[in-house]
Structure formats: structure tokens, C-alpha cells
Design a protein around this ligand. Structure first.
Ligand SMILES: [Fe+2]
Length: 195
């Protein structure tokens, strides 16, 4: 039985590209979000689609989920997951006039009839789970801002950074990323030319 609901409508104090790079950065999931995602394994990284095995903990139980994800440039994402029952999510990041980002997430779950009476409880649990993960991302953005400056997503485009669909992101945010040629990565050592 299909149950569809708006999971969240919220705002963050950083720009759209910061939100997109956080979403697609494979390297932070298993440590920053370790409480919820203990394992994150990329099976396929196509131009705009990916297949992932992710271990997610709901109600204290770890589910080994297969995710099929689609990136709809510039800042929209679809996700299909198979366990504990089919779950689809649709995430949209939109720029706000004050430079921040708005996020909306729609969820659709295919519930077994037995779980139908608990659907509201399940939605509340998913909201808590989502709030924790995005709280961790927002805290990471604040830490990064302290050391690298606000909205510094340059790290995501370093050649050795594994960002899903990196080429498609660079194409979608061409104007912003073009400025990178002029911009030294803040964590690179400063080379002092001999006099
Ligand atoms: Fe994250």
C-alpha cells in the first residue's frame, strides 16, 4: 500500500552548490553519518545514475539496502531503495534570495498492509533520522566555513575527491566552477617563490 508524504521543507545557511556537493560526496557518509550509515559501497557511478549498497539503521535494526540514485542537474535527486520495503525519495535544493538553500524531500513508501496503521509513526521516525543526518551535514559546513571560508566547495572538485557524477555537477555549475582556476584550494600549502 502506497503512502506518500512530504518528509521535510527546511532551509540551510549555505549555498546550493554546498548542498549538492555534500549530497554527492561519497567519502563522508560512513564516518560523519556513522550512527545511521555504517557501510557505504558504490557499485556503479554513471554520468547521472549510481547504484550503492548502504547499511541503514532504523528502529535499531540495520538494513542492507540497495539504492538506485539519479541526479537531475542542477540540484534535484531521486532515490529508490529496496529495504525494509520499497522507498522512493525526491530531494530538491533551490536557491533562496538571501544566498541560502531551501530543501524539500518527498517520500513514497510501499508498505505491507500490516504496517499501514503505523505509517505516521514511521514518517516521524524518518524525520528524526533525516534531521540528525542533515544536522551533521550542517555542523560539517560550519566547521568547514571556519577554516576554508563560507560556501567553499572547492574541495569537492579536487582531482582526488570521489564525488558522484562530478562531470555533470561541473557542467551544471559551470559558471561557479570556472572561477576555480583563479582560486587556490585553501588547504593547499602556500609555495613561497625564492626572491
Ligand atoms: Fe552528509
Amino acid at each position: 500500500m502506497k503512502y506518500a508524504f512530504r518528509l521535510v521543507d527546511d532551509d540551510f545557511d549555505y549555498d546550493v552548490l554546498t548542498a549538492v556537493t555534500a549530497y554527492l560526496d561519497c567519502e563522508h557518509y560512513a564516518w560523519l553519518h556513522a550512527r545511521n550509515y555504517s557501510h557505504y559501497e558504490i557499485l556503479e557511478d554513471g554520468p547521472t545514475t549510481s547504484r550503492i549498497i548502504q547499511h541503514s539503521k532504523y528502529f535499531g535494526i540495520t538494513f542492507k539496502q540497495h539504492h538506485f540514485r539519479t541526479y537531475l542537474p542542477p540540484s534535484e535527486f531521486m532515490m529508490e531503495s529496496d529495504k525494509p520495503f520499497p522507498i522512493n525519495t525526491h530531494t530538491i535544493f533551490t536557491p533562496r534570495s538571501d544566498g541560502g538553500v531551501h530543501r524539500s524531500v518527498d517520500v513514497s513508501v510501499d508498505l505491507p498492509a500490516l504496517l499501514w496503521p503505523f505509517r505516521k509513526l514511521l514518517a516521524a521516525h524518518l524525520r528524526r533520522y533525516d534531521a540528525r543526518v542533515y544536522g551533521e551535514d550542517a555542523a560539517a559546513a560550519t566547521r568547514r566555513e571556519k577554516y576554508l571560508g563560507k560556501n567553499n566547495w572547492a574541495w569537492a572538485f579536487r582531482p582526488y575527491q570521489f564525488l558522484l557524477h562530478k562531470d555533470a555537477v561541473m557542467e551544471a555549475f559551470r559558471a561557479e566552477v570556472a572561477g576555480l582556476g583563479e582560486r587556490r584550494f585553501a588547504d593547499e600549502p602556500v609555495v613561497i617563490e625564492p626572491a
